[in-house]
Design a protein around this ligand. Structure first.
Ligand code: LLP
Length: 452
């Protein structure tokens, strides 16, 4: 078996130069990236990223009502990414003061931001409301009262959506399911009318309820949950109009579209998702005579995952002949990609300096962190000649790798470079040891000798 990744997993601009056998990303030899920026290194391919952003826009252009597509910042955010998604006409879904601040500093148009999250703090709401925010998707009663207080203080009226848990089952990892009744996110449907009562009776000066929001989960491969979602949400809008005479104008149906991490994965094309969702929305709105709302979508993974690869350098190789088993350790691991350890996520990879050697020897790719569970890829098919100094290129790491990275073991985070137009440009610098100690303090009492 050869573990060469299929075309869905490779970035669009991945190629192998015939004469030198160099693997190229955005026309740049991978070895050049390694030499210039070091490893581990996150690389984002601009052509693939822009291609996915455009594919979403084109696919949903058939929606006859207004459309707002947001990039879910939690997948991978830095100021350069804000600039790129802005160029492509996207908004951003932020879920923390930090994500909001990144967009603010990148001069992102604030009216195109939606603030999500199940426990937005007073300070986060203060930051966003004071500086400006397009919409807030409200998760609970506590948040309604905070927004009311802060908006009053700033003499502002805030546009909100109410996030609900529509009770829709989708087949994905338990940790990344969010639309079920037993979820920390959003209002259960049974509390929706109390929330609307509260807004209309107590908060009408400060809060403008414009729509509903739901996100059913992540890494979804089926169309059915999205069809169900469209119907359930339109139905709620219909019922709200019946009971309150209020016509909601916005519907945020979240993100969640899955991608291929391994050749056996068979994700939906964006065009198929769009066709199913759009026809459901149009048909059902027609059936219940409800005006088509502004459709908001907030995909993360499916926009950016496949444009990312991570480059590592192979270090120690340990063979346990009794088992037999070979551990190939690389210079990163769970600090830069927690997904295998956290979700049992499976990745596809290539030894980038030996792209044409048959990858036919099973090894275990281990990280460098002090945890037995720090295994990046089990049963990776490597070239027989795999050796220290080789470059491992892991595909599909553009989402939820950098954004979930940590300094565990006090390892600095890798740099991120964007390759495109024949050049590589840093989006995020590699952290230094000084960055690691930048917030450390040694209190005076610890500096003086204690005599007992
Ligand atoms: N909107 C909301 C409200 C969300 O909670 C999420 C993801 C998204 C949009 C974007 O979902 P996407 O299109 O990326 O599936 N760390 C996990 C994924 C967690 C997703 C959390 N919410 C992973 O690495 O698989």
């Amino acid at each position: 078996m050869v573990s060469s990744p299929n075309t869905q997993i490779k970035p669009l601009s991945f190629s192998i130069q015939e004469d030198t056998q160099d693997v190229l990303l955005g026309n740049i030899p991978v070895q050049e990236l390694v030499n210039t920026y070091g490893t581990p290194l996150y690389v984002l391919d601009e052509a693939t990223l822009r291609g996915m952003l455009k594919a979403y826009k084109n696919a949903f252009a058939s929606y006859p009502g207004p459309l707002e597509i947001l990039f879910a910042a939690k997948a991978n955010l830095s100021m350069g990414i804000c600039a790129l998604v802005q160029q492509e006409g996207f908004g951003i879904d932020v879920v923390s003061g930090g994500e909001y601040y990144t967009a603010l500093q990148a001069k992102f148009p604030l009216e195109k931001l939606v603030f999500n999250g199940n426990n937005k703090t007073h300070d986060e709401l203060e930051l966003t409301i004071a500086n400006g925010i397009g919409k807030i998707s409200v998760d609970n009663f506590y948040e309604l009262s905070l927004i009311d207080r802060i908006a009053k203080h700033h003499d502002k009226k805030v546009s909100i959506l109410l996030r609900v848990t529509p009770g829709i089952e989708c087949h994905t990892h338990d940790y990344i399911k969010t639309g079920l009744l037993d979820s920390k996110f959003g209002f259960p449907l049974s509390q929706l009318s109390s929330a609307i009562d509260k807004i209309t009776q107590d908060y009408s000066e400060t809060i403008d309820l414009i729509g509903l929001h739901a996100h059913i989960g992540s890494q979804i491969f089926e169309t059915q949950p999205y069809q169900d979602l469209a119907e359930v949400m339109l139905n709620l809008c219909y019922n709200i109009r019946e009971h309150y005479g209020m016509t909601l104008t916005h519907l945020n149906l979240g993100g969640g579209l899955g991608i291929a991490y391994q050749p056996s994965d068979d994700p939906l094309e964006v065009s198929v998702l769009a066709e199913t969702m759009v026809s459901k929305l149009v048909d059902y709105a027609n059936q219940i005579s409800f005006p088509l709302p502004t459709l908001i979508l907030e995909p993360g993974r499916s926009l950016i995952a496949t444009s990312g690869v991570t480059l590592y350098t192979v270090g120690s190789i340990k063979t346990i002949s009794e088992l037999p088993k070979t551990y190939v350790a690389v210079d990163g691991g769970m600090g830069d990609n927690i997904r295998p350890a956290l979700y049992g996520a499976v990745y596809s990879a290539l030894i980038a300096n030996k792209p044409n050697e048959p990858h036919n020897t099973s090894v275990t790719i281990a990280g460098k962190y002090c945890e037995s569970g720090d295994i990046l890829i089990r049963d990776f098919m490597a070239p027989e000649s795999i050796t220290s100094g080789d470059t491992l290129m892991v595909f599909g790491t553009g989402a939820y790798n950098y954004s979930m990275s940590s300094n565990y073991n006090r390892v600095p985070r890798p740099a991120t470079v964007l390759v495109g137009h024949g050049k590589a440009q840093a989006l995020v610098q590699r952290e230094t040891y000084d960055d690691l100690i930048a917030h450390d303090l040694i209190p005076e009492t610890l500096l003086t000798q204690v005599t007992s």
